[in-house]
Design a protein around this ligand. Structure first.
Ligand SMILES: [Zn+2]
Length: 178
């Protein structure tokens, strides 16, 4: 039974410590108040005391925080229980899909790699032959030197570029000056 005097005069000042036996609200009453388990009369008495007593208001606020934290923790607990199997299933599924995809792709990937090897080898041979051919032509046109076919090809290309530049210059020279 709660024996709190209704709206007592502030017993120990607004924020002062609660002296013993001054009829402050005990924690279980505060808890019942927060859980709305008090009778309307008891709730009204407690509310009236809280209006007048800062110490009990502070205790009620602290208790409310604890209850809220507990509710938060409780509300968080079932989430993994429901969600984790789904997350795990999704992750496992994703891994399995990736594995299956890789397994299915292994053949085509190997073929593609092989094709790339063959094509690059073929291209290399082709380019090599072409370079050699051009090198021979370049060597025929100019004096043979110690440089490899690559250098000779480069020289020949530079020569061609210079030639084209000269032609363009001559064309420009032939144009009537403004
Ligand atoms: Zn109080």
């Amino acid at each position: 039974m709660n024996a709190h005097p209704p709206t007592p005069p502030r017993p120990a000042g607004p924020d002062g410590p609660a002296p013993a036996g001054t009829g402050h609200l005990p924690p279980d009453v505060l808890g019942d108040l927060l859980d709305r388990r008090l009778t309307p009369e008891a709730a009204a008495r407690a509310a009236a005391h809280l209006d007048a007593c800062a110490a009990c208001r502070a205790e009620r606020d602290a208790l409310a925080q604890v209850i809220a934290l507990g509710a938060h923790a409780r509300s968080r607990t079932p989430v993994p229980a429901d969600v984790w199997p789904m997350v795990a299933a999704a992750t496992i599924h994703e891994g399995e899909v990736r594995r299956r995809l890789l397994r299915r792709m292994r053949g085509p990937l190997l073929l593609a790699a092989l094709a790339l090897c063959v094509v690059s080898a073929w291209l290399g041979a082709l380019v090599g032959r072409e370079l050699e051919r051009r090198g021979r032509r370049g060597a025929d046109a100019s004096a043979p030197d110690a440089a490899g076919p690559d250098a000779r090809t480069l020289e020949r290309q530079m020569e061609l570029l210079r030639e084209r530049e000269r032609e363009a210059e001559q064309k420009r020279a032939r144009l009537p000056r403004p």
